[in-house]
Design a protein around this ligand. Sequence first.
Ligand code: DC
Length: 222
Amino acid sequence: MSGPAPSVIIAVDGPLASGKGTIARALSARFNIPYLDTGALYRAVAVAMIDQGALPENVEAAERAARALDVALIDEVRVRTAGAGVAASVVSAHTPVRAALLDVQRRFAAQPGGAILDGRDIGTVICPDADAKLFVTASEETRARRRQAELARRGEDMSFEQVLDQLRQRDARDAGRASAPMVKAEDAVELDTTEMSVSEAVCAAFTLVKARLDPARPCTPC
Ligand code: DC
């Protein structure tokens, strides 16, 4: 007699517009595992600070906003703007902010049904014992093109050069900070999506993750 599938944790890290969010959401649907976009938590803290008129550089205000965070904010459209992303990158470099958001991420990961989280430090700090870890990358130009198209779909028109410039600054800040910098976990599998369509990237991620999990685990096919 087969019981419920054992709960698994899947960590998906990578830089801005690498495809990690699309991949994580697709894996969540295929494996029927709840998904958390952890970048949205930092974005929500940044938006809460903007609402209060505080600058993202203000560490004390950022920590207060993180500790008082209303998680429902992560679903708001304004959390997805380019401005919220830049401010989130600044806010996320503050160690007290990362400490304040640690519990909510670990609790999500520990739920009985398992979890998929995407971000920058999931495989290294939040879930170092994850069952499967992906580090999703793509070239700067490809990521900037994707990001520009995503912003345009949301009604934010920015030039390619502006988007590329912001992306480089965010990569440098996210990878260069002292606290939980963006880095590939030693045991993560790297997936370069530069030359891949969305369905190819999802299929490649699915195959890599499946190889790390119990082959009998139920999922919808690729
Ligand atoms: O994935 P994103 O672009 O929505 O993330 C916004 C910012 O949040 C990103 O620039 C860095 C930060 N972040 C982080 O430091 N750690 C995470 N686990 C997720 C995001």
